[in-house]
Design a protein around this ligand. Structure first.
Ligand code: CA
Ligand code: CA
Length: 271
């Protein structure tokens, strides 16, 4: 298991704890955010060793707004035991993130990023699969409240701590799926082992597209709009204005404006 970090303006560093044995293949992605478009982005590295859910490793961060922020991270375990490959983490306050394993033995090194997008609506929670009835979980369900609109831009990220000091990979490896507007499912194939599952969902606000020729703003470009344009034909615009061309208007309603309406004709704005 590997970690990645942007180590300089021109370099990405991929690391693992042991350089022997398996030969990995990996792909990497670097996303550069426009600083004027997001709230903030922070990065750091931390070692998680004897930290459990009751004594997590805490990391101080610069103040963020948790309602618009995501914590994403990767860990490289010190050994191939479930406990060390499974690190859970969350944003525990506007100035703190925390990480933990299920047991105190071993360690994992974590590379983390906290992105405060500056907008959006985040929710997060922990699914407790630590009781005696739950080690056989193959699926864990988180309920989202309020519900999110899945057709919009919605990001989610999860992590988990997992029991066992032996080599039982891949029991700790899981996927997350946004199954409906209010339902996040975490799944794994290989059951057994208790877990704490930390999840986060961030929904970005939706700005509906606009059609300039939808003069009466009812979501369609049709005869109602055409009638408004006709009423202002070869005149100065009135309200609502049919002066939609050239961009910014030219104080007269003429063939330029009709041309844009023709392009948008019978267009629907659907969310
Ligand atoms: Ca219209
Ligand atoms: Ca015009």
């Amino acid at each position: 298991m590997l970690t990645a970090r942007v180590s300089s303006p021109t370099q990405v560093t991929i690391e693992r704890t042991s350089a022997t044995a398996a030969s990995p293949q990996f792909r990497w992605i670097v996303v550069e955010f426009d600083p004027s478009k997001i709230g903030s982005i922070q990065h750091g590295s931390v070692s998680v060793s004897n930290n459990t859910s009751t004594s997590p490793k805490t990391v101080a961060i610069s103040t963020i707004d948790p309602s618009s922020s995501l914590l994403i991270f990767q860990s490289r375990p010190g050994a191939s035991t479930i406990n060390e490959t499974a690190v859970a983490g969350n944003i525990s306050s506007p100035t703190q993130i925390k990480f933990y394993k299920y047991k105190t033995n071993g360690y994992a090194d974590v590379e983390w990023y906290v992105i405060d997008f500056g907008y959006g609506s985040a929710q997060r929670g922990m699914l407790d699969k630590t009781s005696y009835t739950d080690p056989t979980w193959g699926r864990a369900d988180a309920t989202l409240s309020p519900s999110v609109y899945t057709k919009r831009m919605t990001m989610f990220f999860h992590s988990l701590a997992c029991d066992q000091t032996n080599d039982y990979i891949p029991r700790s490896l899981t996927t997350a799926e946004l199954a409906s507007t209010s339902h996040l499912i975490i799944r794994r194939y290989h059951i057994k082992n208790y877990s704490n599952i930390e999840w986060q969902v961030l929904e970005f606000p939706y700005t509906p597209p606009t059609l300039a020729a939808d003069l009466n703003k009812d979501g369609r470009v049709d005869l109602l709009d055409f009638a408004i344009l006709g009423g202002q034909w070869q005149q100065a615009p009135s309200e609502p204005s049919a002066d939609i061309a050239p961009l910014g208007g030219d104080s007269v309603v003429n063939f330029f404006d009709l041309g844009v309406m023709t392009q948008h004709w019978l267009g629907n704005i659907t969310p």
